[in-house]
Ligand binder design. Sequence first.
Ligand code: FAD
Length: 281
Amino acid sequence: MKLSIEIFPPKNGDTREIATSFLRAGASHISVTYGAGGSDQLLSKQESLSLAILGVPVTAHITVAGQTRQEVDEILSVWHRAGIRRFVALRGDGDGPGQPFTPHPDGYPSSIELIERIAQMGALQISVAAYPNGHPDSRSPDADLDFLKRKEDAGATEAITQFFFSADTYLRFRDRCAAAGIGLDIIPGIMPVFDFGKVASFARKCGEPIPSWVADRFDGLEEKPEMHYQVAAATAASLCERLASESVSRVHLYSCNRVDLTLAIARLITAGLERFGKLDA
Ligand code: FAD
């Protein structure tokens, strides 16, 4: 199974070291998130650039939220000059927690115009976000799919999903995309439960349900980090194994910069997975 691994630029860490360890573990690309604003955004711009200059295969995330067109175009052209040709093109979120997205008066109005702009630059890959359980801003599941189709028509080349915990959620979504005439590869986004409390809070914000069996697995493990870690690795790997048995050939791991956990999962899903479940292997 192929994998891309997402990191966020650490404030006090060595991005290069993290990226290198993920590449050694089999990641084809390191995708670098774009900060929601201020110093986080600056750090993202710099880290994607520095990794590219060092020769790391980078996929740079970019959002339009809170920025003028000129600001977005400037960073895109700096990255382009540094050889970055793979992007995750996003709208981003509103200013504060729970705030609705409002386009900057001089900015790109939505992800669609950003995708068109990146496509004009001759990008090799334009990934966009997809939401198997629907995005909280969508009027309906069908409207959400219509919008994903618009992203494809604007130039997106693949979609990476929001995280989910049940393979059936992904498989149903993939079927719905195909039925809606969406030809993009739908890459499952896998979030290891590195800390149940944090992941549950993140899931609530994104409107993602956490199945009770996932909560049960981590119940009582708050003070048992080693067991929590092992259960997290096994849970993410078994989800990937089920997806592999349904012809999924690539996943996107949201590492949240948890290096050891991500490396363990990467090993579980890249080594020997093609033989998984075959009695004679
Ligand atoms: P869009 O898809 O453009 O819009 C969100 C939803 O709103 C759509 O799915 C659609 O249902 C509805 N909608 C929007 N506009 C319209 C319209 N004109 N007509 C009808 N419906 C509409 N955030 C960051 O800040 N930095 C990151 O690096 C980052 N990386 C991410 C990577 C992935 C793989 C994912 C899944 C998310 C990431 N996010 C990131 C979070 C993302 O910014 C949020 O989920 C945000 O709320 C939506 O961004 P989007 O590009 O999916 O929005």
